[in-house]
Design a protein around this ligand. Structure first.
Ligand SMILES: [Fe+2]
Ligand SMILES: [Fe+2]
Length: 475
C-alpha cells in the first residue's frame, strides 16, 4: 500500500484504477491543472531541467527519489499514508467511535469547507511566487523554490482527490474553482488574506516559507488528527513534504543574516545606509519583514473566539496540534483558555470557553514553534559578536482578524493612538523604500556555485550534492 504506482497517468497509492469513475473525473481535471501551471506557475521555466525530489513511497525512510525533471512533467499524484488498523476517533463528542472512512452527512458542509480552504492555499502560494525564479540568488535557491512550488502543486492534488472522491458533484465544482481563483485578484481572490499578499522578493519568500508554510504545518497537524480518516492520512504525508519548505525559509533568512553580519564586521558599522550601499540587507529591515510576515500569518488562524472552531473540534473534524500526545479528556467542555481582549484601548487577558478559543490555542502553539527559529537566527548574530537581536512582535501587533483588529499595538505590545501608529509604523513594518531597496538587490545568479552578494552560501547542498552542483539546467 505504501509504494506508489507510477505506471498510471496519475501516480497514486490509492488503487485509483479500481474506481473508474473517480479516475476518469481526475483525468479530466488533470489537463486543467496543467493549464493552470502553464498560466500562473513558475514564470519562463517550462524547459528547465530541475534537480527535484519525487515521492516514490510514503515510507518515512527513503520516500524520495532525486533526478532532473522538467516541471510540467513532474509526476503530481495522490499519496496517502497507510491506514492505521481500527483507528478510533480520539477527541470530541464521537471519542472512541471508529474513524470515518466516508464523510458523515451531518459534517459534509463543514468538511468540504475545511478541505477547500486548505486546498486554496496551495496553488495560491505558487501564484505568489511565480516571478521569483527570474531573480534567484543562486542555482541552489532556484532549485529549492521550484521544489516548494511542485510540492504545493501536489498538495492541491491531495485536497482535490478528497473533493472528487468524497463530495460528488459539488466536490468536482470546488476542484474546478480551486484552479479559477487567483492570488491577489480583485474579483476572484484566494480565500485567505495572507495568500493574496505579494511575494515580490527573496527576503519575502524566505520569510513566507518560514512563517506561512509553518501555518501550513499547524493546520495540517490539526487535520492529521481528523476523524475523517482519508483527510488524516493525506495530511500526514503532506507534512513530510512541508518540512523542507520551512527549512528553505529558516536557512534562507539565516544565510541573509550571516552575510549581513559579515559585512557589518568588515565595515565595522551598523549604519543601515552604509550597509545598503555595500549591497546587504540591514538587520532592522529584516526585523520589519519579520514583523510583517509574522503578523499576517498569525491572522490565518482565524478569530480568537469562534463557534466554528468549537464545532470543528467537538464534531471531530479538526483536532488540536498533537492532540494524540496530549493528556486530558479530549472533549474540553467546561474548560477555559486565556484570550486577549481590548477595553478602552487597553489590552487585558480574559477567560474564554476553551472550545471557542481553539483558534487561539493553535495560534499560541504556532507562536511557540516559530520563536525557535528566530532564536537560531539570533545565534548567528551573536556568533558574529553583534548586539542586535531579532524578535517576534507581540501577538496583538498589526492584526486584521478577530478582537485585536480593532486596536493599534506596537511590536512591544503597547496600545497606541492612530497618530502614534502613523508616527511609528515606518520602524515596524517594511516601508515602500525598504521594499524598493530589497527589490534593487534582486538580480539573477545562475552560474553553479555563485551566490548573490546579499546572501551567504548554504553549508551543504541538496541530497549530498556539492553546493556548486548544477541544480538547474537551462535548455
Ligand atoms: Fe502546502
Ligand atoms: Fe508548503
Amino acid at each position: 500500500m505504501s509504494s506508489i504506482n507510477y505506471s498510471e497517468k496519475i501516480p497514486n497509492n490509492v488503487n485509483l484504477s479500481e474506481d473508474r469513475t473517480l479516475q476518469r473525473a481526475l483525468e479530466q481535471w488533470q489537463p486543467n491543472y496543467l493549464q493552470w501551471w502553464a498560466d500562473v506557475g513558475p514564470e519562463g521555466s517550462r524547459d528547465f531541467d530541475v534537480y527535484l525530489r519525487t515521492a516514490i513511497s510514503v515510507d518515512p525512510q527513503g520516500w524520495a527519489q532525486f533526478g532532473y525533471v522538467k516541471m510540467p512533467d513532474y509526476r503530481w499524484g495522490i499519496f496517502l499514508n497507510p491506514a492505521e488498523k481500527d483507528r478510533k476517533i480520539h477527541f470530541g463528542d464521537h471519542l472512541g467511535e471508529p474513524a470515518w472512512q466516508d464523510v458523515p452527512g451531518e459534517h459534509r458542509a463543514n468538511l468540504r469547507r475545511i478541505i477547500v480552504t486548505q486546498g486554496d492555499t496551495e496553488p495560491a502560494s505558487v501564484e505568489q511566487q511565480r516571478h521569483l525564479g527570474l531573480t534567484a540568488p543562486s542555482l541552489y535557491d532556484l532549485r529549492n523554490l521550484f521544489q516548494v512550488n511542485v510540492e504545493e502543486g501536489r498538495h492541491l492534488w491531495a485536497m482535490v482527490y478528497l473533493l472528487h472522491k468524497h463530495f460528488g458533484r459539488d466536490g468536482r465544482e470546488e476542484a474546478e474553482a480551486l484552479l479559477e481563483r487567483r492570488s491577489g485578484d480583485q474579483n476572484n481572490p484566494r480565500i485567505l488574506g495572507a495568500f493574496n499578499e505579494k511575494t515580490p522578493d527573496w527576503l519575502s519568500f524566505f520569510m513566507f516559507t518560514y512563517f506561512t508554510d509553518r501555518d501550513g504545518k499547524f493546520q495540517l497537524c490539526a487535520l492529521a488528527e481528523s476523524s475523517f480518516d482519508p483527510l488524516a492520512r493525506t495530511t500526514k504525508f503532506m507534512l513530510t513534504e512541508e518540512a523542507h519548505h520551512m527549512f528553505v525559509g529558516e536557512s534562507g533568512v539565516s544565510r541573509i543574516i550571516q552575510r549581513t553580519c559579515q559585512v557589518m564586521n568588515e565595515l565595522k558599522t551598523d549604519d543601515p545606509a552604509k550597509l545598503r550601499a555595500a549591497g546587504v540587507i540591514d538587520l532592522p529591515t529584516i526585523q520589519r519583514y519579520l514583523n510583517f510576515h509574522f503578523s499576517v500569518t498569525i491572522d490565518l488562524f482565524g478569530a480568537d473566539q469562534s463557534s466554528n472552531a468549537a464545532i470543528f473540534y467537538s464534531s471531530g473534524l479538526k483536532g488540536r496540534f498533537e492532540e494524540g500526545k496530549r493528556s486530558g479528556d479530549h472533549v474540553l467542555k467546561g474548560q477555559t483558555y486565556k484570550v486577549l481582549d481590548v477595553d478602552n484601548g487597553k489590552l487585558f487577558e480574559k477567560d474564554a470557553p476553551m472550545l471557542n478559543a481553539l483558534n487561539e490555542v493553535l495560534r499560541d502553539d504556532y507562536i511557540k514553534d516559530s520563536i525557535g527559529g528566530v532564536e537560531r537566527w539570533n545565534k548567528v548574530i551573536e556568533k558574529a559578536g553583534i548586539a542586535f537581536r531579532l524578535k517576534t512582535p507581540h501577538k496583538a501587533f498589526h492584526r486584521q482578524i478577530g478582537t485585536l483588529s480593532g486596536v493599534k499595538v506596537t511590536p512591544e505590545g503597547q496600545p497606541v493612538s492612530d497618530a502614534q501608529w502613523q508616527a511609528g509604523v515606518a520602524q515596524w513594518l517594511p516601508t515602500d523604500e525598504d521594499r524598493a531597496f530589497v527589490a534593487s538587490l534582486m538580480g539573477r545568479v545562475v552560474e553553479p556555485g555563485k551566490f548573490a552578494g546579499w546572501i551567504a552560501p548554504p553549508v551543504m547542498g541538496i541530497n549530498r550534492q556539492p553546493v556548486d552542483f548544477e541544480y538547474v539546467r537551462f535548455a
